[in-house]
Ligand binder design. Structure first.
Ligand code: ATP
Length: 239
C-alpha cells in the first residue's frame, strides 16, 4: 500500500505525557480494507500511539493524515466525527444500560462511502449479542463486553477503526469469533489498525505488521515476512 493510497498515514509522530516523550518518529499507514497490526511488548507504546491519533495525549508532534485531512492538530471530537473509530483497551460499556441501549449511544449519521451499521447488522456480526439484547452491559463477560464496545464504535459508521488489544483476556472460542468479525469488517471496506503483544491473534487476520519497541518502529513488513523472521520476533515480541 503506497502512502498516496493510504487512508491513515502517519509520519514522524512524537508523543508526550507531561515532559516525558513516549513515541519517537513513529510512521505507518493503513489502507482501505486493510488490517494492520501494531505489535510490541507491554509498555512499548501501542496504546499511546492510538491515543495520539485520537488527540488524547498531553502533546503530539508530526503528521497524521486521515482520509484527505491533516488531523494532528484537531480535537478528539472532530477526529471521531471524521470517521476514525477508537476502541480503547479498557472496555467501556455502560453497565446500567442494556446491549441495545449501549448501541444507541454510539449511533451517528450515515457517512458517504462507508457501511451504515444497524443493530441488526451488528447482531449478525456478533451473534452472541443478539441473544442478550436486553441484558445490562454490567452483566456480560469480558469477551461479550469487548464485542459490545466494538459494535458501539461501528454504530458511528467509521471508515477506519483502532482496536487496542481486541483479543486480550478472551477465551479461545471467543477469539475465533473476534477474528471472524474483524475479517467481516474488512470485507465491508473498513481499515483496521489493531494492537497486540504477540503474533498469535494478529497473524490470523492481518495483512501487514509494524513492531514498536520503546516508542520506535523496529520492523515493518507483511505478516509472512514477520513469520519468517525469527530474530525480530524473538527480540521484540512476547511469546
Ligand atoms: P500495554 O500493552 O501495557 O498497554 P503499550 O504498548 O500499549 O503497552 P503504552 O500504554 O502506550 O504501552 O505505554 C508506553 C509507555 O508510556 C510506558 O512506559 C508507560 O508507562 C508510559 N505511560 C502510559 N500512560 C502514561 C501516562 N498517562 N503518563 C505517563 N506515562 C505513561
Amino acid at each position: 500500500m503506497t502512502s498516496a493510497a493510504a487512508k491513515l498515514d502517519v509520519a514522524r509522530l512524537n508523543a508526550f505525557y507531561g515532559p516525558i516523550q513516549i513515541l519517537f518518529d513513529v510512521g505507518f499507514s493503513v489502507g482501505r480494507g486493510e488490517v494492520v497490526a501494531l505489535l510490541g511488548r507491554n509498555g512499548a507504546g501501542k496504546s499511546t500511539t492510538f491515543k495520539s491519533l485520537m488527540g488524547l495525549v498531553d502533546r503530539r508532534e508530526g503528521e497524521i493524515r486521515f482520509e484527505d485531512a491533516e488531523i494532528s492538530r484537531q480535537p478528539t471530537y472532530e477526529i471521531a466525527r471524521r470517521g476514525l473509530g477508537y476502541v480503547p483497551e479498557d472496555r467501556r460499556v455502560f453497565g446500567e444500560l442494556t446491549v441495545e441501549e449501549n448501541l444507541e449511544v454510539g449511533r451517528q449519521p450515515a457517512r458517504d462511502g462507508v457501511t451504515t451499521w444497524t443493530p441488526e447488522r451488528l447482531y449478525a456480526l456478533f451473534p452472541n449479542l443478539a441473544e442478550m439484547r436486553r441484558r445490562p452491559g454490567g452483566q456480560m463477560s469480558g469477551g461479550e463486553q469487548q464485542m459490545l464496545t466494538i459494535s458501539r464504535t461501528l454504530m458511528g459508521n467509521p471508515s477506519l477503526v483502532l482496536l487496542d488489544e481486541p483479543s486480550e483476556g478472551l477465551a479461545p472460542k471467543i477469539i475465533e469469533q473476534m477474528a471472524d468479525a474483524i475479517l467481516a469488517m474488512k470485507r465491508e471496506g473498513l481499515g483496521i489498525l489493531l494492537s497486540e503483544q504477540n503474533l498469535h491473534f494478529a497473524r490470523l487476520i492481518s495483512d501487514r505488521a509494524y513492531i514498536l519497541e520503546k516508542g520506535r518502529i523496529r520492523f515493518s513488513g507483511t505478516i509472512a515476512e514477520l513469520e519468517a523472521n525469527t530474530a525480530v520476533r524473538d527480540q521484540y515480541l512476547a511469546v
